[in-house]
Write a protein of this length. Structure first.
Length: 346
């Protein structure tokens, strides 16, 4: 089975072609970072228009790279939520209509399920069951994954997501948009010891997260600095280090707790913050200590991409999932509403 995947939930147009036996045949991505940079964040209307502009050329490019003709496709999977509604609608309407014109099924994919199963795109995929730490710009959650669509939520963020905390703190530090990777880069030049941020909600039981206090802590810390000081740049790097350290530590403490509580020692890390090097290294050490294994997608499949959508679409279509011919997109879509493939609307 050959499936075309379309991702347009936010500020990246991602297209990919996934083959059920041969794996990923091609993937292309257009990032809107430059488009939104002047505004300091994503402007939804600009995002929708840009997706519309790039979707068709990117689909042609992905087909050419995979050496596949349109009429060889067996299905089309598109991100139906959660995300920006206009952006979602651009991919959904094109995906549905293209599938209709080709007489093949189209499938709505949950963006977070795409992230969650992205490590399975790699050569050493995790077996079910596993614990997933999903850390993106919009969500932070720990889930026990028993199979496709069988997700038990163990904990989630009660306020800001981990990526959001990175972005907001980066903005406070004048690092622009998107700030997460810039803050992580600055942190590599910082040193431990000068500042210490709190590890929110780690001193009580439970697996929920709360990251909004870290950005306030960062603000207070930054207000205490003197921009005229000769070592101001070093102080900023040390703040970045301390902030990243606190986020990483908190995520590691909760993930370790999840492994202990479930007795599972396979951990998967997915979502944009999963690209963070220090998080990968620290989680890796923790999982090894438990005699387990850590799985994560390559960096380009941690952040938004079409490959993860084509992949989930293929798995669900193969399992016999069907959906009605409506064009659907949902700005909000709780992940625990997902069902295993055979149980969805026939
Ligand atoms: O998964 P993703 O591409 O989009 C959502 O579904 O939200 O995640 C984007 C988030 C942003 O908040 C970005 O700042 C963060 O992932 N991010 C990082 C790194 N790379 C991306 N955060 C920390 N360190 C990184 N290296
Ligand atoms: Zn995402």
């Amino acid at each position: 089975m050959i499936v075309l995947g379309i991702e347009t939930s936010c500020d990246e147009t991602g297209i990919a072609i996934y083959h059920s036996e041969r794996g990923l045949l091609s993937h292309v991505l257009h990032s809107q970072v430059a488009l939104h940079a002047d505004y300091g964040g994503v402007v939804p209307e600009l995002a929708s228009r840009d997706h519309i502009r790039y979707l068709s050329p990117l689909i042609r490019q992905a087909l050419a790279a995979a050496e596949i003709q349109q009429n060889q496709l067996d299905g089309i999977a598109y991100t139906a939520g959660p995300g920006l509604i206009g952006a979602l609608m651009s991919g959904a309407s094109l995906g549905r209509s293209l599938a209709w014109s080709l007489g093949i099924p189209a499938l709505e994919v949950h963006h977070m399920e795409g992230h969650l199963l992205a490590p399975m795109l790699e050569s050493n995929p995790p077996d079910f069951p596993f614990i997933a730490l999903l850390v993106s710009g919009g969500h932070t959650l720990l889930a026990q994954v028993e199979g496709i669509g069988r997700y038990e939520m163990l904990g989630q963020s009660l306020d800001d997501a981990a990526g959001e905390a990175f972005d907001k703190t980066a903005k406070l530090m004048g690092l622009g948009y998107p700030g997460g990777p810039a803050l992580a880069k600055l942190a590599t030049t910082g040193e431990a010891g000068r500042y210490r941020f709190p590890r929110p909600m780690t001193d009580r039981p439970g697996l929920d997260f709360s990251f909004s206090g870290l950005k306030t802590f960062a603000l207070t810390t930054l207000q205490g600095l003197n921009p005229a000081a000769s070592d101001y740049a070093r102080q900023l790097a040390d703040v970045a280090y301390a902030f990243e350290d606190a986020v990483v530590d908190t995520l590691v403490i909760k993930s370790e707790r999840a492994l202990r509580e479930t007795g599972c020692n396979r951990l998967v890390i997915a979502g944009g913050v999963g690209a963070n090097q220090r998080l990968r290294e620290t989680l890796g050490k923790m999982v090894t200590k438990h005699g387990g294994e850590l799985f994560y997608p390559r960096v380009e499949f941690c952040t938004d991409n079409g490959a993860m959508i084509a992949h989930v679409g293929c798995l669900r279509l193969l399992a016999g999932e069907h959906q009605p011919l409506t064009i659907a997109a949902r700005a909000r879509w709780p992940m625990d509403e997902l069902q295993p493939p055979m149980m969805t609307t026939a």
